[in-house]
Design a protein around this ligand. Sequence first.
Ligand code: F6R
Length: 606
Amino acid sequence: MCGIVGAVAERPVNRILIEGLKRLEYRGYDSAGVALSEAGTLNTVKAVGKVANLEAAVAESGVSGHTGIAHTRWATHGGVTEVNAHPHISNNEIALVHNGIIENHESLRAVLKDDGYTFLSDTDTEVMVHLIHQLRQQHNSLLDSVKAAVKQLEGAYGTVVFDKANDNEIIVARSGSPLVIGLGLGENFIASDQLALLAVTRNFIFLEEGDVARITRDTVEIYDINGEPVEREVVESNISQDVSGKGEYRHYMLKEIYEQPMAVRNTLEGRLDGDRVSVDAFGDQANQIFKDVKHVQIIACGTSYHSGMVARYWLEQYAGVSCNVEIASEFRYRESFVHENSLLVTISQSGETADTLAALRLAKEQGYMASMTICNVPGSSLVRESDLAFMTKAGAEIGVASTKAFTTQLVGLLMLTASIAQEKGRDQSVIVNAIKTLPNKLEESLNMAEGIEALAEEFADKHHSLFLGRGSQYPIAMEGALKLKEISYIHAEAYAAGELKHGPLALIDADMPIIVVAPNNELLEKLKSNVEEVRARGGIIYVFADKDSNFASDDTMRVMNVNHVEDIIAPVVYTIPLQLLSYYVAVIKGTDVDQPRNLAKSVTVE
Ligand code: F6R
């Protein structure tokens, strides 16, 4: 989603801002812009489309500056145009970029218009810059004007502002949208994601909700939600800087699919102790919490929600605790029942998903015994605001379609299942021994790529598809359908195979490919009956099946064999062929695999 980069330095900051925006491109956006200040002159350059367009426009304009702010916009209010792109400017004096949504923008706009402000864009953001400009006339400093302005804002913002009259400072404010200050030597930076600044610093201060800060070349002053000065911890990042290289791969998504054995190895490293999960894998207080827990409530969105759906099967079967899984945007807007000794688990790649974060904050008021997050981004809001955190070690995931984050989340959830089982005195060695085989099993499933690439040809002219699975493979079918729709734009639905005759059978004809996930488990015979129901109605079936499942390819069925795996880890392994299928179909269709239309990597607005 939208990205922010800002800098105040002695040297020109153009390059730093453009490079920073490039590092945020993976988040998804549709236009970009930059405002630069030099010797009392404020210049703004904007471009629709890729950051490369902005880069060319900045180079052509010849503008430069030692203070600047830059933004990639993912349209919410107002179409994709240069005028709507950020930065927004008030009276050629104050420049501002913003992530989030201002919900009371209409009423603020009406008041500001009455006061003579002219609005150029259709955005909610433009009200902020005029409001700050208006308040600037009543306050001694830009800092005080921003502090006064945020009191009038409803909604979410991460915002960065400067005034060309005093361009040795930038003012930033955070509420609901992350911001991180990067500390340099004689220069300081701000961004919505530390990845943007890794080329210039490793030292970061993560702002907290309600913080407002004043940043100059040499100083950082932070004020908390009550306006009191606060010190925030400086964190040294050890995240890999190398987010830009696709290496030998054509797309980030393919690279990330192939990184999965390594990502799983990294996630397991140091966290297993013989046939047990090591006590400190989940943090200090985890043991007691796992001993006491009777119920697990999982909250997540999208792909992360699917990993939670798989975990429900594991937690109830192997750990003997009840489990509910809910989409965050639903959970946060209903009155839900809190079971006795309930552990709240959020799952998120980014750790910044607005709905998941809001659900966590709500749950903290509802009497859960503890909160835990399974997350891929150290220092993210979910990690900082949860009692326990299990960090997946997938590394930076750049492709908008989540792949290695999902499989490492599953690994985290398997370890959670084993840890709770352990504390409840159940045998968890079967889980841990199966987990250890995962990296090799994932490598084996990647060997299916060539066959799947050939198979993908048959999907290129299709408009609809149906994914079927049973038990813990049902969420894998859901994840397969989500991957296919988001990157190939083919309509894909998933069903628990037992539901077929309750409606979806009506859809079956030769133009509707049916993808079936069929490991050799106790549900196989039931699944085979469902497959026959489809065949009898003329459907073409694509089965990903265990070698011993005894499916045979013929005119109406293509069988792709998957090496045998222990049932408990089968959901992780069967994910790989479905990711590869979506990838190759998208490549054949020529879509933008890494940045599919209308989607963003980190959904920081609701
Ligand atoms: C799909 C995808 C999304 C995310 C969802 C939640 O491939 O990536 O569905 O899973 O937006 O994001 P996180 O995991 O960052 O909370």
